[in-house]
Design a protein around this ligand. Sequence first.
Ligand SMILES: Cc1cc2nc3c(=O)[nH]c(=O)nc-3n(C[C@H](O)[C@H](O)[C@H](O)COP(=O)(O)OP(=O)(O)OC[C@H]3O[C@@H](n4cnc5c(N)ncnc54)[C@H](O)[C@@H]3O)c2cc1C
Ligand code: SF4
Length: 294
Amino acid sequence: MVLGTYKEVVTARSTDKQIQKVSQDGGIVSALFCYALEEKLIDGAVVAGPTDEFWKPAPMVAMSADEIIAAAGTKYTFSPNVLMLKQAVRQYGLEKVGTVAIPCQTMGIRKMQSYPFGVRFLADKIALLTGIFCMENFPFVSLETFISEKMGISMELVEKMDIGKGKFIVETQDDVLTIPLKETHGYEQAGCKVCLDYVAELADVSTGSVGSPDGWSTVFTRTEGGETIFKAAVEAGVIETKPVNEGKFGLEMLTKLATQKKEKAMKEIDKRKGMGLPVPFKASSEKEDPLANV
Ligand SMILES: Cc1cc2nc3c(=O)[nH]c(=O)nc-3n(C[C@H](O)[C@H](O)[C@H](O)COP(=O)(O)OP(=O)(O)OC[C@H]3O[C@@H](n4cnc5c(N)ncnc54)[C@H](O)[C@@H]3O)c2cc1C
Ligand code: SF4
């Protein structure tokens, strides 16, 4: 299953105008957390909050809709949200924790729940794990370097960053700048080369832009818990949905990108294995279905 196991896949967006304004795509992550907070399905969420440095995120525990909304939008670098989960329970006293994670972090959280060494107090408290699609990520200095040197703009003038149609896109107050994505090659985090998960296969609900029109998101409900919360949010009118496009610009595109990511990573894994280097331990091109992640 190149797109992981899922119950349903739809195109969706938040109906809240404030969320639509600040969110990266359909605002699904923010809408779900705001809804879950209001309904007391979670009592806080670990999100990638803003810091003093423009576009450098840091994990924060958001306990109100305002805090969730202040952390909306994609930052194309690492926000070690997993680190904050312990604190969310120990320092903030949360009993039902929500969090947003890129696929590798999602794997870390599931592993922690399966083998809760030293985190037994936390393992059962993750009430909503929202995963976001991820093709690659950049160390903060890389991001800063190619934006300032290749795009010629300083980080504080950037209002939004995006990746789409083979381009890295930066929006300022009155301009849209782009560079071909291949110009960012070499700036990625090296570990991403052996990553086999594009669509956050282990999340409760996973979402991303690919496969849906601008301003909308593709959403997979994967677990029973995820499905229940997503459906309740739709019923409450917080999220609107339409059928996902099954064709070239919908699921086909997602399947193509997820397959490409896995195949490329598998080649790199084989290469590293040949050199005696450590690789993700479950990955093996000799498996019956080498593209299966778990
Ligand atoms: C490094 C990276 C690469 C991505 N690559 C793709 C891709 O190839 N294809 C695709 O379809 N989508 C990709 N996405 C996901 C996409 O950019 C959106 O994040 C996703 O569609 C959610 O948008 P939204 O409008 O629902 O969320 P919003 O309502 O805008 O909320 C986004 C949430 O994500 C959190 N967040 C932001 N940056 C990070 C981060 N670095 N780490 C963890 N959490 C973060 C925010 O705090 C916020 O809670 C990528 C995201 C990241 C972080
Ligand atoms: S490509 Fe994989 S390893 Fe790299 S940041 Fe995205 S999910 Fe993590």
